[in-house]
Design a protein around this ligand. Sequence first.
Ligand code: IMP
Ligand code: MG
Length: 175
Amino acid sequence: MADHYVEEFLSEEEVDKKIQEIGEKISRDYAGKSIHLICVLKGGSFFMCELAKRITVPVSIDFMSVSSYGAGTESSGVIKIVKDLDEPLEGKDVLIVEDIIDSGRTLSHLMKLLESRKPNSLKLCTLLDKPDRRVVDVKVDYTCFSIPDEFVVGYGLDYDQKYRNLPYIGIVRFN
Ligand code: IMP
Ligand code: MG
């Protein structure tokens, strides 16, 4: 028997409905501007595609991949750039798109790094937030769902690189 299973937590319909709402809000907030979306790979990719389709102001996209230094499940916050952005950020209205904010260490470090590239504005949008787990303060501008301290998968999120393709968000339960 497998040592874990996935229990549905947020259905595909619930997630899609919320992304539509957030997309509309972002479109209103950025009226008259264009948005440069930055996807934090790999987890943020599913969310970014769905979100981008629902934003009605002009959008450009870029991708970044970072990894946390140090072993174990806790992120250290000192990040290594595995893949940097293709485009400069200077003068752009930048919106970082993340899958989940947990301790906040990765995002806090990434925000500082991107801020130093002189964007016109820099905001953060996340599909999921686990506020109970926060260690470092991060200002989150758009959150689809605040969730309890559970390990979740689907919609881009993985457990050991699996389950990213689930169209819903599930909680990993261990037997
Ligand atoms: P932190 O905010 O620096 O602690 O790290 C956040 C990163 O940890 C996310 O971008 C995910 O890659 C990973 N992560 C945190 N919680 C979960 C979870 O519940 N499921 C899958 N990945 C998670
Ligand atoms: Mg991530």
